[in-house]
Design a binder for this molecule. Structure first.
Ligand code: C2O
Ligand code: CU
Length: 654
């Protein structure tokens, strides 16, 4: 059974346990003390209590099975939830026996209900406390349970108004206090920098480079590309503006974009170039920045509003430079309120061509992006046809710029996956009829030799948006795909597992000098002070998730476990991570360096990160809506501080 199925099973069992005991208790209370229960009532109470007890056993079994998958999935259940449910079951059994024996005192009924409360508290450990358990929250939960039992006893035993209001009052105070504490914890001082460098807040200039230097720290403002950097300069200008764009299908959409069309201008440079980009914001009121997704730029060029710079507001300008030192496929997008900005169209491709290697005869950058209900494959929605001379080499650089994962299928010839996330993947065999899955934000370079028959690139995001490559003269779209002209079925095609693809020596990174865990979940939390069913890391939301603190030179082992039921494409800025294992199975193909790790529900990934790029780096889910709902934290180098404020000057770092 999958870990995700076990998590679901546990949830069903613990809720059933609570429901069984509570129902048994309420039926018993309904009978009252004044009369003997009928045999139907007796059997009903026995049946419900038995169901509660059985479900508790089910929850215990699921917990044991989950523990084998990793402590991240059960920590709070094993330590607090199950013990509560088990004590509850014993107490409930005692209550049931007393009640059946005809003891008409309040105790039997109170104990039956107490079992229900205990199972409810057990269920809440998973949804409210999560992993790792915060002690204060655990205390509130247990205290609330005891007070609820007290209140029930006062009511059933008829202890009078004072006892009832006493228990009820304490319970209310406790719950209000608990919610208040949680609000405080989720709105307290942010933690983005390494400990010991509390954020100064306020004016960006207040703690500038001078202050940083005086205290032996470095400001992100100092971590920029030197202006006299080597390499031929390639200058570009991007103008962010609201525009109305007509898609290939004729559909007219209002977008925010970096150029006159969607996607933004394709920036194509050569390895070693100094890329020098000026960004202007015409009229994007929400503000805009430029983040180079997958390029491990110096921290000050990373384009995160409120962390490495301020958001560029209408009329403003920002100049960014970096050396394009690793050939590959990258993309750029706004990192100011990006859940809205990227969706609206503030994205484009960056291709770094190798300096001393031939470029493919046909080399296309194809971001897949949904806008206005249409799916753009590159620059067009709908069916596209391009003529390609048979025998030419073709490189399709596909990028997923949407929120959900993307499946890509290349039909008509064998191909290799030559690179992923801007890193070459050596030794990959040719594959056919295999879908390639791209996490949100990820890229894959598909390389093949053009056959003398048509080929098709299809994506699961849309059946309508396809790219046919056809030999010159062949009638457009004339290719009849197996199973009719609907073309290959992307959804059903088996998936290529990149962890077992390619071949090459594992790099020797040396021993680990630091370790960190990220436990992904979904829980009720306050995001920016507003209650939300948030996306959490280690039970917390941005900006209160403790940063992963590293020193320059560290080799960090990162474990990412997904307890939730959503896919989380975790993206780390400024670094690529080397995949070590997934669900305990070591990666066996070519060294797989990713900037976006596709952590599916129930999965545990181990990756290695070499801390060689000092800064304060965002580390977040690239389902940008999840990032906006809390799932965003930092990888913070000791001694690096930021003068920018994530919560002022209109900055919204997500
Ligand atoms: Cu592509 Cu932090 O983003
Ligand atoms: Cu996510």
């Amino acid at each position: 059974m999958t870990t995700s199925a076990l998590l679901a099973l546990y949830a069903v069992a613990i809720i059933a346990a609570a429901a069984g005991w509570l129902a048994a208790g309420f039926v018993a209370v309904g009978v009252g003390a004044g009369r003997e229960p009928g045999s139907r009532e007796r059997w009903l109470v026995v049946g419900l209590a038995a169901a509660g007890a059985l479900a508790t056993v089910g929850a215990a079994v699921a917990t044991v099975a989950l523990a084998a998958r990793g402590w991240w999935f059960v920590g709070e259940k094993a330590v607090l939830g199950l013990p509560l449910a088990a004590i509850g079951a014993v107490v409930g059994a005692v209550g049931l026996v007393r009640w059946l024996r005809g003891d008409r005192g309040p105790l039997g009924r109170v104990l039956l209900l107490a079992a229900g409360y205990a199972a409810t508290a057990a269920a809440l450990t998973t949804w409210l406390l999560g992993y790792p358990v915060q002690q204060a929250a655990a205390f509130v939960l247990v205290a609330a349970l005891l007070l609820a039992v007290g209140l029930t006893w006062a009511l059933i035993a008829g202890r009078g108004r004072r006892a009832v209001t006493g228990f009820a009052g304490l319970l209310v105070v406790l719950l209000v206090g608990g919610v208040g504490w949680s609000w405080l914890a989720d709105t307290a001082a942010p933690s983005l920098e390494a400990a010991g460098h509390a954020h100064a807040g306020g004016d960006a200039a207040a703690i500038g480079a001078a202050t940083a230097a005086a205290s032996g720290t470095r400001s992100v403002d100092e971590l920029r590309t030197p202006t006299d950097g080597a390499g031929p300069v390639r200058a570009f200008e991007l103008v962010a503006a609201q525009r109305s764009v007509t898609l290939a299908s004729g559909e007219q959409v209002d977008v925010w974009s970096f150029g006159d069309a969607l996607p933004g201008p394709e920036l194509r440079v050569t390895e070693g170039d100094l890329v020098d980009v000026t960004l202007r914001n015409d009229d994007i009121d929400a503000g805009v920045t430029l983040h180079w997704h997958g390029v491990d730029v110096p921290n000050g060029e990373d384009g995160v509003a409120g962390v490495t710079q301020d958001a560029i507001m209408p009329g403003g300008e920002f100049r960014t430079r970096f050396v394009a030192d690793v050939p590959g496929t990258y993309w750029y997008h706004t990192h100011q309120a990006s859940s809205e900005g990227v969706r609206m169209g503030l994205y484009g491709m960056l291709v770094v061509e190798p300096a001393d290697e031939a470029v493919a005869d046909v080399d296309l950058a194809l971001p897949v992006h949904t806008i206005g209900g249409e799916v753009l494959l590159g620059a067009a929605d709908g069916a596209q046809v391009q003529e390609v001379e048979p025998g030419s080499t073709v490189r399709l650089r596909v990028a997923n710029t949407d929120r959900p994962p993307l499946r890509v299928l290349l039909d008509g010839a064998p191909f290799v996956v030559a690179a992923v996330d801007g890193r070459d993947l050596p030794g990959g065999d040719e594959v056919e009829d295999r879908a390639v899955r791209l996490a949100a934000g990820a890229r894959a370079d598909l390389v093949f030799t053009m056959p003398d028959a048509p080929m098709r690139l299809a994506v699961d995001a849309s059946r309508a948006s396809t790219l046919d490559l056809v030999p010159p003269g062949a009638a457009a779209s004339a290719r009849s795909f197996d199973g009719g002209d609907a073309g290959p079925d992307v959804t059903d095609a088996p998936e290529l597992d990149l962890l077992a693809y390619g071949d090459g020596p594992a790099p020797d990174l040396g021993p680990f000098t630091a370790e960190a865990e990220m436990v992904l979940d979904r829980m009720p939390r306050f995001v920016g002070g507003v209650p939300a069913y948030a996306y959490t890391v280690d039970g917390r939301v941005f900006p209160h998730i403790a940063p992963i603190v590293v020193r320059e030179g560290d080799v960090v082992k990162l474990t990412i476990a997904n307890r939730g039921f959503d896919v989380h494409p975790m993206h780390v800025h400024g670094h690529h991570v080397l995949v070590l294992s997934r669900d305990g199975v070591p990666a066996s193909g070519a060294p797989l360096w990713l900037d976006t790790v596709d952590v599916r529900p129930g999965e545990v990934w181990e990756v290695a990160l070499v801390a060689d790029n000092p800064g304060i780096w965002m580390d977040h889910c690239h389902d940008l809506e999840h990032a906006a709902q809390g799932m965003m934290m930092s990888l913070a180098y000791e001694g690096v501080v930021t003068p920018y404020d994530h919560d002022a000057h209109g900055n919204r770092p997500e």
